[in-house]
Design a protein around this ligand. Structure first.
Ligand SMILES: *Cc1c(COP(=O)(O)O)cnc(C)c1O
Length: 399
C-alpha cells in the first residue's frame, strides 16, 4: 500500500493518503461499496456533463457564487482587512449543500435508487433530504435517539422534505451510533444505496471527494478577492473545523500557495484541559476513526473520548485526514476557541455587521485577536453557516 505523497502536494495520493494519514480501514463487508466509489468517482465528477449539471445547480439552486464581503467595522476594530466568505447565504443555510448536491448527482450516475446518511444535529440530514427531494430519490437518515429529542426543528424539516428519520437506539444514542447504523444499512444494501458522508472524513475516497465538492469555496474566493483588492491570495484564510469540510473547501486552492496562512479553528468547549472539549489536535493522537487514519481524541487503550462543544457541528472526536497532515506538516496553523469566546464573537459580528453567524462559524471569528494581522494584510474568514438554528442558545446570553 502506498503511503508516500505523490508530487509535492497536500492533496490525496491515489490510495487516499495525505502523508501517513487517510487510507481506507474498513470491514471486508464494506469493501465492494467503497471500491465501486473509488473506481468511479474521479471519472464521473470530472466529466464535462457532470460539471455542467453541478455548476448549474450551484448557481441556480444553491445561489452561488456566495458573496465575499468586506466587513468594514470589524476590519477597523482589528486593524486589518477582513473579508467574510458568505456560505451562510447558501440554500439551507450552510456550506453542507455544496457536497450533497455533488453526491446526489454522483449517486444518480451510479444508478442508485436510495440514499442513506447519518446526522448529529441534523444539518447534514437536512442538506441530504433537500437534494433527495430535488432528485426524487428515497432518503433514509439515521439519527441518535437522543439527538432526535434535542433537535426537533431539523427532524421536522427532514420529515417535511420526505426523508425517513430512523432512530439509532444503541450506545450513547448520538452521532457515532447513527454512523454505525448508516454503515450497517449500506453493507446490507450495496447495490441500490449510496451513502452520503457529510464531511471530509471516512474511508478514501470520501475525504478527497467531499473536499473537491467544497473546493468551489476557495475557487470563488480567488477571483472575488482579486476583483476587490487586486490580489487573489490573502495573508490568512480562517475556518472552523468539525470534521473539516468547510475548512478543506476554503483552503483547497491555497494549499500550494505558501504565502497564504491556513488557520483551522477547533472547538475548545469549556477549555482544552476542562475534560469538556473537542480540540482534537491539542488533545488527540494518531489512530483510526470512521475508516481512516487520522488524529482523534482517545484514551491510552484506544477508546474514543466523548467530545464536547456548545456547537453541535464541531462536537466530533476527530478531524479529516488531510487536516491531520496539514497539522503534522505545519502547513496549517491550528488554534482553538472556547464556547464563551465563540458566543462573544457571534454577538460581536451580529452587532457590528448585522450578520448572525452559526455557532460553528463563530469559532473562526473568535481567533481574530490571536492572529496579529496588520493594516497591510488581508484576512478571509469562511462564514460556514447562519445562526438561525442556534437562536435558542444565543437567547440564553441576552438579558
Ligand atoms: C456541520 C457544520 C460545520 C462543521 O463541519 P465541517 O465539516 O468541519 O465543515 C461547520 N459549520 C456549520 C455551519 C455546519 O453546519
Amino acid at each position: 500500500m502506498e503511503t508516500v505523497q505523490e508530487k509535492n502536494s497536500y492533496q490525496a495520493s491515489s490510495q487516499g493518503y495525505y502523508g501517513t494519514f487517510g487510507g481506507a480501514f474498513i470491514p471486508e463487508m464494506l469493501y465492494p461499496n467503497v471500491e465501486e466509489l473509488r473506481e468511479n468517482y474521479l471519472q464521473i465528477i470530472s466529466a464535462p456533463s457532470f460539471k455542467k449539471e453541478y455548476d448549474d445547480l450551484l448557481k441556480n439552486y444553491v445561489g452561488r457564487p456566495t458573496p465575499l464581503y468586506r466587513a468594514n467595522r470589524l476590519s477597523e476594530k482589528y486593524g486589518t482587512n477582513i473579508f467574510l466568505k458568505r456560505e451562510d447565504l447558501c440554500h439551507t443555510g450552510a456550506h453542507k449543500v455544496n457536497n450533497t448536491i455533488g453526491q446526489i448527482l454522483l449517486a444518480q450516475k451510479l444508478g442508485k435508487k436510495r440514499v442513506v446518511a447519518e446526522t448529529g444535529a441534523g444539518q447534514h440530514g437536512v442538506a441530504t433530504a433537500t437534494v433527495c427531494a430535488l432528485m426524487n430519490i428515497e432518503c433514509i437518515v439515521y439519527m441518535g435517539e437522543l439527538d432526535i429529542e434535542r433537535q426537533a426543528p431539523n427532524v421536522a424539516r427532514m420529515k417535511m422534505l420526505g426523508a425517513e428519520v430512523r432512530p439509532a437506539t444503541c450506545g450513547s444514542r448520538t452521532l457515532k451510533d447513527a454512523t454505525n447504523e448508516a454503515m450497517r444499512h449500506w453493507i446490507n444494501n450495496p447495490v441500490d444505496t449510496h451513502y452520503i458522508i457529510g464531511s471530509v472524513v471516512g474511508p478514501h475516497p470520501y475525504p478527497d471527494m467531499v473536499a473537491r465538492f467544497q473546493s468551489v469555496i476557495s475557487e470563488e474566493i480567488k477571483w472575488q478577492l482579486k476583483e476587490q483588492t487586486g490580489k487573489e491570495n490573502p495573508d490568512y484564510v480562517i475556518a472552523c473545523v468539525g470534521g473539516g469540510s468547510n475548512a478543506a473547501g476554503a483552503f483547497y486552492h491555497y494549499l500550494d500557495d505558501l504565502d497564504t496562512k491556513l488557520v483551522a479553528v477547533e472547538a475548545a468547549g469549556q477549555g482544552i484541559s476542562s475534560g469538556h472539549s473537542a480540540a482534537t489536535t491539542a488533545l488527540g493522537t494518531p489512530g483510526v476513526l470512521h475508516g481512516s487514519r487520522t488524529i482523534l481524541m482517545q484514551t491510552e487503550d484506544g477508546q474514543v473520548v466523548e467530545p464536547f462543544s456548545i456547537s453541535a457541528g464541531l462536537d466530533y472526536p476527530g478531524i479529516g485526514p488531510q487536516h491531520a497532515y496539514l497539522y503534522e506538516s505545519g502547513r496549517g496553523t491550528f488554534l482553538s476557541a472556547t464556547d464563551e469566546e465563540a458566543v462573544a464573537a457571534a454577538f460581536e459580528l451580529t452587532r457590528m455587521e448585522g450578520i448572525i453567524p452559526a455557532l460553528e462559524s463563530s469559532h473562526a471569528l473568535a481567533v481574530l485577536n490571536k492572529l496579529g494581522a496588520t493594516a497591510n494584510e488581508t484576512v478571509v474568514i469562511n462564514l460556514s453557516g447562519r445562526g438561525d438554528k442556534d437562536m435558542a442558545t444565543y437567547m440564553k446570553y441576552i438579558n
